[in-house]
Ligand binder design. Structure first.
Ligand SMILES: [Zn+2]
Length: 421
């Protein structure tokens, strides 16, 4: 393994340099912008493809635009160990969300090939497309098509908000027109390991470089909730006669915060609740009016589907009570969301053990939605290595220390080679 360690170190440095180069090439005025199935994302994929080709691989795109490269295994019929993440970013985001996972997988394949490793099963790098939701209003475009979870014909009808053009149109412009059948399935993938930046403050707070994801949170999202009260004179109307929508929404927010506190008191740190938008009507509100209408969002998340369901029911029940107490009316509107996805316990333990064997501090924690969840839903055991990073993600200030990235790559490599045999 000594030869491999040195090769991995070198490949990690090369992949880091490639990541920096792709970042410089896809930087706009504020942050990094790599829209799914658009020129900048394609340049990121092409730069990765070129490095693979240079190293002697034969990279290929599937009909959904995902980039694949294979280090063959001795057993040609055995499904591969999959490594990778996504190329795209949110508008004016950071360079590492997604790309770090593709680069990490690349480093493992480069090092394994240069050492002449011949594992029992193949290693397959997959650079996925279109993971981020702001562009087409939904996430995991490339992975869901590749895994056969949504056909290209259906997904292709999605319309990109800023261009007004369909996904199929944007894909076709790059030469991707779908393909019959999935490109990834339990038949060609034994498991999926995805490295991703943490995107949160927990690992920095705990002073450890590595997070081992235990599950992917599901969510219930009310994007267009409203509370209707009654507009009234702020000084003339006594308290008992008021139907104040702001106070009513505030009460609901505090009720959900109390629900969260209750979960934590039970030792459950997997629930989250965010009211990200609260607004009175700009065309009617005034400092001197009792607010008669509030629009807000309610975003509930949990790794446990029972807790998620309970939180949704609790929100609805509390809304009914507040309506009765305060003479208002809530309309939480339609909810969208996703089910919590457990990650594979054996893979989770293996990643944890790999980090331990390398002497790296780590912490087990649930994470947010990632492509890995789609692999799990398609019946491919999946797990994730999270890497400590600064300034969160989905913003231009997102940061990552090279040493932390390298630590994550080592964990990924160790587990991947064990699994490949
Ligand atoms: Zn991501």
């Amino acid at each position: 393994m000594r030869g491999f360690d040195a090769a991995l170190k070198k490949a990690t440095a090369e992949s880091w340099a490639l990541m920096k180069r792709i970042g410089a090439d896809t930087k706009g005025t504020l942050g990094i912008t790599r829209a799914p199935y658009d020129a900048a994302e394609q340049r990121a994929a092409a730069a990765t493809e070129a490095v693979l080709r240079e190293a002697g691989f034969a990279p290929e795109y599937d009909g959904f635009g995902n980039l694949h490269a294979i280090l063959p295994g001795a057993d040609l019929s055995a499904p591969a160990v999959g490594l990778g993440s996504h190329f795209d970013s949110v508008p004016d985001g950071g360079n590492y969300d997604g790309l770090a996972g593709v680069m990490a997988g690349l480093a493992v394949l480069l090092a394994a090939k240069r050492c002449g490793m011949a594992p029992a099963r193949a290693l397959r790098l997959v650079g996925l497309r279109g993971e981020e939701s702001p562009w087409y209003g939904t996430a995991y475009l490339g992975s869901r098509m590749a895994l056969g979870l949504v056909p290209h014909a259906t997904m292709g009808q999605l319309v990109r908000g800023d261009t007004g053009r369909t996904l199929a149109d944007h894909m076709a412009e790059l030469g991707f027109r779908g393909q019959p059948g999935p490109s990834l399935s339990p038949e060609n993938l034994a498991c999926w390991l995805e490295l991703h930046i943490e995107q949160g403050p927990l690992l920095i707070g705990r002073d450890v470089p590595i997070g081992i994801a235990t599950a992917i949170r599901g969510n219930i999202r009310h994007a267009q909730a409203k509370c209707f009260g009654e507009w009234a004179h702020s000084a003339a109307v006594p308290r008992d006669f008021r139907r104040d929508a702001v106070v009513a929404v505030s009460e609901l927010v505090m009720a959900m915060d109390a629900f969260w506190t209750g979960r934590m008191a039970l030792g459950d740190d997997n629930f989250v609740c965010t009211v990200g938008i609260v607004s009175t009507r700009a065309d009617q509100h005034a400092m001197t009016k009792v607010p008669g209408e509030v629009a807000f969002t309610l975003n509930l998340g949990a790794t446990n589907s029972d807790v998620l369901r309970q939180s949704g029911e609790y929100a609805a029940a509390r809304a009914r009570e507040i309506e009765a107490e305060r003479g208002v009316r809530f309309d939480l509107g339609a909810d969208t969301g996703s089910q919590p996805t457990p990650l594979d316990p054996a893979l989770v333990n293996r990643l944890d053990a790999a980090a331990g064997a390398l002497g790296l501090g780590r912490h087990r924690m649930p994470t947010v939605g990632h492509d890995a969840g789609m692999f799990a839903q398609a019946g491919i055991p999946a797990a994730m290595v999270l890497v400590r990073n600064q300034n969160g993600s989905h913003n231009p200030h997102e940061a990552l220390e090279q040493a932390d990235y390298a630590a994550g790559v080592r964990v990924l490599a160790q587990a991947a080679l064990e699994l490949a045999g």
